[in-house]
Design a binder for this molecule. Structure first.
Ligand SMILES: [Cu+2]
Length: 280
């Protein structure tokens, strides 16, 4: 109950039309006076391993498509399309192009069968609104063997890069905290981060089971539009030493969370997943 009440509050503060969450079935056009996903494709299960065109528009409360999005440097621009398998085994994160008529489309190859949650995190340039999320789902054909959430591990190796979480702060819901994370390249040297989708690192959080979502960033020094806001709490990551990140954690509810840390090193985009426990 507490969790739901807090989430409701966060939605009311951050977003005018926080509706649109559908945990099952395909996205539908929302009722009047809320933002919604429209013209979402694919509307049918798709094959794994083949490119699929994922496309949609965001519909405004007045029924028109949203065509005006924030742009510029920094990560808080346009539309972030984040698709996770329900068991949090796979994540896809893109910032697709937006056509003049508001159509957003991206070609995506889904690696594995199963049910996926679609999160559209939008940064409109109009109104007072910061950003808001809309949700959908899609299914990739084939047998789905859900994986249990892995136990906590402090080091994850991706393509020879070692991503290590140092210390283990006690994390609480709706309280900003920081994780110190280092990344070394295959030769053991500190990684050099280069901006990807406007940030040195993206930290995408999903809660196991309910798939609640939050997203924070680490930006280059002096970058604008890098602070994530949840109700009255704010967090901005930083990186002052090569290979080292101070990653902001801010999540709406207690539980077990998957953190997908993404950064670009030597032209490589790395995705390092960590399991985190967040207390009430
Ligand atoms: Cu991001």
């Amino acid at each position: 109950m507490k969790r739901l009440a807090l989430l409701g509050l966060a939605c009311a503060v951050v977003v005018a039309g926080c509706g649109g969450s559908s945990n099952s079935g395909f996205p539908t056009i929302q009722a009047a006076r809320t933002y919604g996903l429209a013209e979402f494709t694919p509307g049918q299960p798709v094959a794994a391993g083949k490119p699929v065109r994922v496309s949609f528009q965001i519909r405004l409360p007045d029924g028109k498509p949203l065509t005006s999005y924030r742009h510029g440097p920094g990560p808080h621009t346009g539309v972030h399309l984040i698709i996770v398998r329900r068991d949090l085994d796979t994540i896809i994160h893109r910032h697709p192009p937006i056509a003049a008529d508001g159509t957003i489309a991206e070609s995506i190859t889904f690696p594995e069968p199963g049910p996926y949650r679609v999160v559209v995190d939008a940064y409109p340039s109009t109104g007072q609104q910061r950003n808001f999320q809309l949700f959908g789902s899609l299914r990739v054909k084939g047998a789905y063997a859900p994986q249990p959430l892995p136990a906590y591990r402090s080091t994850v190796t991706v393509d020879g890069y070692r991503v290590t979480l140092h210390g283990r702060p006690t994390l609480h819901a709706i309280q900003a905290n920081f994780l110190t994370i280092t990344v070394t390249d295959p030769s053991g040297k500190p990684a050099r981060f280069t901006p990807w989708y406007g940030a040195l690192a993206h930290a995408i959080f999903f809660r196991s089971g309910s798939l609640d979502y939050f997203h924070t960033h680490v930006c280059a020094r002096g970058a604008a539009g890098c602070t994530s806001v949840l109700g009255a709490a704010k967090v901005t990551g930083s990186s002052s030493t090569p290979g080292k990140l101070s990653v902001g954690v801010l999540v709406p509810a207690a539980g077990r969370w998957r953190l997908f840390l993404q950064c670009r090193v030597n032209g490589h985009v790395l995705t390092a997943p960590f399991t985190l426990t967040v207390k009430p």
